[in-house]
Design a protein around this ligand. Structure first.
Ligand code: NAG
Ligand code: NAG
Ligand code: NAG
Ligand code: NAG
Ligand code: NAG
Length: 464
């Protein structure tokens, strides 16, 4: 086929939005060629289709084994150009499966992943060390649908995919969410529709260089704990062009819980959130905490539209958390129908266990909001701090200055006047995650429909 070659550059870019199919009648078989392109942090030299590993997309056959066999096979190409697993059109019922490095999971626009509710297809894994056992039942927690740990360079993309759980069975509250990349360096999750996670939908933990874009996340607004996206102890993360309807926070930034999070000491920092639309009638558009014991620093959120949500930006913390929330910049946020545009809760409570340190006080510092427009808001702000102790400052062996700080610091930090406080300006220099280069990856696949049964011929990368 010479078809790929005659495409001009412009046409190739146009093809980002559409898959081209060509059908040739050969006897009673129908041969199809399909071309597709997508933009990703890396392209892959090797590829295979889930159907090569016994996958059946009929909505009732379990594909847990097919997914894991396919990915185990493809993992051999980690250091040989990487690999892509193609999931064809169909309804693919599956339990949890684990990703590998230098790997792309590409879901066709008509592919739907359905999460099985067969408990045996969900491994029980170790709790997160930065959370203690508090959030999970003793002895571990169910794995997420799409899981990966200690990986580098992973892409999950498509035009559309729907994963869903049903809330009919109560035990789902023990389940993790749809995706939990744990200790992954360089990950891109784009253009997916995620539906009805039993818990946080996308939960990157201890990861860096995370790009999350074009996600539609839909959970019933009455189901608790269905946060949209939860960057947790992650560095250099970009969340953009997402539409989230949730029974909990749309985005909740985390970094560990009480003494466990303090000991683990891994902050979430360098986080960009832009072009987010959120509906969260009982929670926040962007929550910082309440598990923030490893610290949250340098969050930049802009171009946010919030409709019918409880609060806009909410800082949640408590005595015992320790850690900090600092250098938070928000600009360009439109809020329609909301209880509190800004909310800060210093007594959120909810501890990992009773061993938290009552002297571990969180620091909330340099919070900047500008160009915020709200209509039909019950109260502009509700800001609840933590009652100051008798000695609000205790300075030993330090020196420096302070500038407009209340309550007034100790004598070792003399006040040089509020002129030293920077205005609420959004930083002008970009974060490293905005400089990550993407490539256009082009593939073609040939398949046959033999009396309606899909026969896969080949799938290959098209050289540009
Ligand atoms: C995601 O969708 C957007 C908008 O349709 C498109 O520009 C982008 O290239 C897509 N990304 C991928 C990785 O498919
Ligand atoms: C996936 O990884 C987890 C944690 O490392 C492990 O417990 C589980 O058995 C793995 N699943 C498969 C199917 O290998
Ligand atoms: C991560 O994987 C590397 C090899 O790929 C291994 O050496 C290392 O021990 C792993 N680390 C953890 C925490 O599992
Ligand atoms: C204003 O907010 C209230 C709830 O606080 C809601 O019932 C009402 O529909 C909203 N009005 C408009 C015009 O959106
Ligand atoms: C201040 O800190 C020093 C050094 O940690 C400690 O010894 C002292 O008791 C503290 N004072 C108060 C009033 O908490």
């Amino acid at each position: 086929m010479e078809f790929a070659r005659i495409l001009t550059r412009t046409q190739v870019i146009f093809l980002l939005f559409a898959t081209i199919s060509l059908t040739v009648h050969g006897g009673r078989h129908l041969h199809h060629w399909e071309y597709f392109d997508y933009c990703a942090i890396s392209c892959r030299a090797h590829s295979a289709s889930l159907t090569d590993f016994g996958g059946v997309g009929d909505g009732t056959t379990s594909n847990t084994k097919a997914f894991q066999t396919a990915i185990d096979y493809l993992s051999r190409f980690e250091s040989d150009g990487g690999s892509m697993l193609f999931v064809p059109p169909g309804k693919w019922l599956t339990g949890s499966f684990n990703l590998t490095s230098h790997f792309t999971l590409y879901l066709h626009k008509d592919a739907v992943l359905l999460a099985t509710q067969e408990e045996s297809e969900w491994a029980v894994i170790e709790p997160l060390p930065s959370f203690g056992h508090g959030r999970d039942t003793e002895g571990g927690r169910y794995i997420s649908l799409i899981f990966g740990t200690n990986l580098t360079d992973v892409v999950i993309t498509v035009f559309t995919v729907v994963c869903f759980f049903s809330y009919e069975k109560g035990y789902l509250s023990d389940f993790q969410g749809i995706m939990e990349p744990l200790m992954v360096r360089n990950i891109q999750i784009s253009n997916l529709t995620l539906v009805n996670s039993p818990s946080w939908h996308v939960h990157p933990v201890y990861s860096s260089n995370v790009i999350i874009q074009g996600l539609t996340i839909l959970a019933p607004v009455k189901i608790p704990n269905t946060d949209g996206i939860n960057p947790d102890s992650c560095t250099n993360t970009r969340i953009e062009d997402c539409y989230i309807v949730s029974g909990d926070d749309c985005i909740a930034v985390k970094s560990g819980w009480d003494e466990y999070g303090i000991a683990f000491g891994m902050p979430t920092r360098q986080l960009v959130i832009r072009r987010l639309t959120c509906i969260s009638p009982s929670s926040a558009v962007i929550a910082l905490g309440s598990e923030m014991s490893g610290g949250i620093q340098d969050v930049r959120a802009e171009d946010i539209l919030a409709i019918n949500s409880e609060s806009g930006v909410r800082i949640k913390t408590a005595v015992g958390r320790g850690g900090y929330v600092k250098d938070i910049y928000v600009r360009g946020m439109t809020m329609k129908t909301m209880k509190w545009a800004f909310w800060m809760t210093g007594n959120y409570g909810s501890h990992a266990d009773n061993n938290y340190d009552p002297n571990a006080l969180p620091i909330i510092q340099n919070i900047n909001y500008r160009d915020m427009i709200a209509e039909n808001v019950t109260m502009a702000a509700k800001l609840e701090g933590i009652p100051a102790k008798k000695v609000p400052w205790n300075c030993t062996d330090i020196e420096g200055i302070s500038s407009g700080v209340v309550p007034q610091p100790c004598d070792k930090l003399p006040d040089h006047g509020s002129g030293h406080v920077a205005a609420c300006d959004f930083p002008t220099e970009s974060l490293p995650i905005d400089n990550l280069e993407v490539q256009t990856c082009s593939y073609r696949r040939k398949y046959t429909l033999d009396n309606g049964v899909l026969k896969h011929w080949y799938l290959e990368m098209v050289q540009k």
